[in-house]
Design a protein around this ligand. Structure first.
Ligand SMILES: C[S@@+](CC[C@H](N)C(=O)[O-])C[C@H]1O[C@@H](n2cnc3c(N)ncnc32)[C@H](O)[C@@H]1O
Length: 252
């Protein structure tokens, strides 16, 4: 079991909303794109008034205001009780696993599963479940990151680890990336891939390290990363970290 799917790691990351909140606030504050990923991905869903949207792996429901603004009714599914509890007053929030969604067939017009499938051991099963709950003529949208997402930050971490004489254990190969379109095509033959390029622009090291810390709490490594980031900011004025994320869009 890898870092992405181990139950201990998932509990550490998602038993409450705190770490996810830090990362999402970092995107909002330091992302350079004038259009947020949230708005961009929501537009791909083509939601119309009266539609039912099921959000699988909903987290803290950060997309829900956008779905509701477009007139949707939202049902949220998450396997973390802490996440499900957080949003229970704003939508129908159900505790459940993406691999066995506790809803009947064809219950909704849109299903969305954003930045979740890399945590799911059987991604094909989860995708079949997403297809099952959407009515014919509906749409499934699945967001994930590209292989090069945040690569510059990982490079700094690798250099910092080598400064400390530590072995390189920092490769961050995600088990579900935008490059994995063939796996998605097995379930959704006509899927298309939409890519969103953006970047963080950090004017100082601390917010970059706060983001990093939310994923990997290693004070010694962080201490070695800080001067490397400071050096980049001195030379370039800002620590720019390119991001690559996107969505698989499939009509049912
Ligand atoms: C990175 S967060 C994304 C949250 C939300 N989709 C967003 O984009 O803000 C991943 C979420 O997936 C949930 N999750 C992980 N594995 C899951 C599974 N097998 N079934 C349902 N939810 C899962 C976690 O509890 C967490 O809330």
């Amino acid at each position: 079991m890898d870092r992405y799917t181990s139950p201990e790691r998932l509990a550490d990351q998602y038993s409450d909303t705190q770490k996810l909140r830090i990362r999402q606030e970092t995107h909002q504050r330091y992302g350079e794109s004038p259009v947020s990923f949230l708005e961009w991905a929501t537009d791909l869903m083509n939601i119309r008034p009266g539609m039912t949207v099921v959000d699988v792996g909903s987290g803290r429901g950060i997309y829900h205001p956008l779905f509701m603004e477009r007139g949707a009714r939202v049902i949220a599914i998450d396997r973390s009780p802490g996440m499900a509890q957080e949003i229970k007053n704003t939508c129908l929030s159900i505790l459940g696993d993406a691999q066995a969604i506790p809803l009947p067939d064809a219950i909704c017009d849109r299903a969305v599963c954003n930045h979740v499938l890399y945590h799911v051991p059987d991604q094909r099963l989860a995708m079949r479940e997403l297809r099952r709950i959407v009515r014919p003529g509906g749409r499934v949208v699945i967001a994930t990151n590209g292989a090069q997402n945040n690569a510059r930050m990982y490079e700094i971490a690798r250099l910092a680890a080598s400064d400390l004489g530590s072995p390189d254990t920092l490769t961050h190969s995600s088990p579900f990336k935008l490059e994995d379109v063939e796996r998605v095509r097995e379930i959704f033959p006509d899927v298309r891939v939409e890519i969103f390029h953006s970047a963080f622009r950090f004017p100082e090291a601390e917010p970059a390290l706060r983001y990093w810390r939310s994923m990997r709490d290693d004070p010694e490594l962080e201490t070695a990363m800080r001067p490397r980031i400071d050096e980049i900011i001195r030379a370039e004025g800002v620590f720019r970290v390119p991001q690559v994320a996107g969505c698989f869009v499939a009509d049912t």
